[in-house]
Design a protein around this ligand. Structure first.
Ligand code: ZN
Length: 175
């Protein structure tokens, strides 16, 4: 007998749609998709932070849970090697170089990443290449909006297609 859709549980190869609110240790909301479209991800592929994926394992649509994710299972510990000193002259003249200011930069691998000004000492600017949430405990409140089987194509690509997932512009089959 086929299993009704609503009985599917979050596990490897399932597409799980979630509503979440992410708070930091002080209870401040960092991110939320409540009131918007649910986020759909392919379970078991590490597309969401590991600690959250683990907590969602075995959950069905309608489940609500609170999850505290330690840095190691979230965006990693803060790595001191991610602090780099750069000369002020390497920034555009109009750049606002104050502690805490964030900007997008292209890394050596060509990937865009967020960089934060960590310290300013005269002409020497220390930037922090760590993920902005590195070293932070993540507090999630999650509701599972639904669980469905992934298509063969989604499994092959390693990500979700269609609503809530990758609505990528590239032609499918091309990657
Ligand atoms: Zn794809």
């Amino acid at each position: 007998m086929p299993t009704p859709k609503s009985d599917l549980l979050a596990s490897d190869g399932k597409v799980v749609a979630i509503y979440y609110t992410l708070r930091d240790a002080r209870g401040e909301v960092l991110d939320s998709n409540r009131g918007k479209k649910p986020l759909a991800y392919l379970h078991g592929r590490g597309s969401i932070v590991r600690g959250l994926e683990r907590a969602l394992e075995g959950k069905a649509g309608g489940a609500s849970l609170k999850v505290e994710v330690a840095p190691a299972d979230g965006y990693g510990e803060h790595d001191p090697a991610g602090l780099k000193q750069v000369k002020r002259s390497q920034f555009p003249p109009q750049a606002r170089l104050e502690v805490g200011v964030r900007f997008a930069a292209r890394g050596e691998d060509g990937q865009a990443r967020q960089v934060r000004v960590h310290a300013v000492d005269g002409d020497t600017i220390t930037i922090d290449l760590n993920h902005p949430l590195a070293g932070q405990a993540l507090h999630f409140e999650v509701t599972v909006a639904g669980v469905r089987e992934a298509s063969a194509e989604e499994r092959e690509h390693g990500h979700v297609h269609g609503p809530g997932g990758h609505e990528h512009g590239h032609a499918h089959g091309a990657h």
